[in-house]
Design a protein around this ligand. Structure first.
Ligand code: INI
Length: 187
């Protein structure tokens, strides 16, 4: 294999501005997810007292609050924790699906990492297994993912770098105001 450049985020949370959005629905599951997230951040250099925590009624409400925080300019990443547990109606699919889609959209729309520590399980046992039980703690994983992504994005080119590089090369993007007459050959 030839040589190639590699970028990878480090798990050093010191100095990062992070927020958690936690769903109150199934609070017996989401509280340990939140604790797992805060504990992981503490282990990686961030005082949990410096982490902003916003509680929302349920997983369906997570994306709006995550997007608000991500767009605020006040946080480097948002960690989402919640628990959607399958019942006997299709409600689960709507809540889980909209939550996942909305969390992803919040990240893509803002350019700020928004991580998904939201459990979607068939029953409470599966949820507890993933909230500090036999399968680990998904809140912890979401917190460490956020830290890694913040560090990785700091290493990668930024959108404003692309614009500056275009200007230097005289490239005009379609979204920018164009000249008053159309381009002609020789322009
Ligand atoms: N919210 C959850 O976070 N988990 C669930 O399992 C859940 N169930 O099963 O209904 C749930 N519903 C509430 C939903 O997130 C909204 O808060 C509600 O629909 C009001 O918008």
């Amino acid at each position: 294999m030839g040589t190639y450049s590699q970028d990878e985020g480090k798990l050093d949370a010191a100095g990062m501005r992070l927020a958690v959005v936690a769903g109150r629905f199934n609070e017996n599951v989401t509280t340990p997810l939140l604790e797992g997230a805060l504990e992981a951040l503490r282990e990686h250099g961030l005082d949990p007292a410096d982490v902003r925590v916003a509680w929302v009624p349920g997983a369906f409400e997570i994306p709006l609050v995550a997007q608000r925080l991500a767009a605020s300019g006040e946080v480097d990443a948002v960690i989402c924790v919640g628990a959607v547990i399958r019942g006997r109606t299709p409600h689960f699919d709507y809540v889980a699906g909209e939550c996942a889609a909305g969390v992803s959209r919040a990240a893509l729309d803002t350019g700020v990492p928004v991580t998904f520590g939201v459990l979607t399980t068939d029953d409470l046992d599966q949820a507890m297994d993933r909230a500090g039980g036999s399968e680990g703690n998904k809140g912890r994983e979401a917190a460490l993912t956020a830290v890694e992504m913040v560090d990785l994005l700091r290493q990668l080119p930024k959108p404003e770098d692309a614009e500056a590089s275009d200007r230097g090369a005289g490239i005009l993007r379609r979204s920018e105001p164009g000249p008053e007459r159309p381009f002609r050959a020789g322009d």
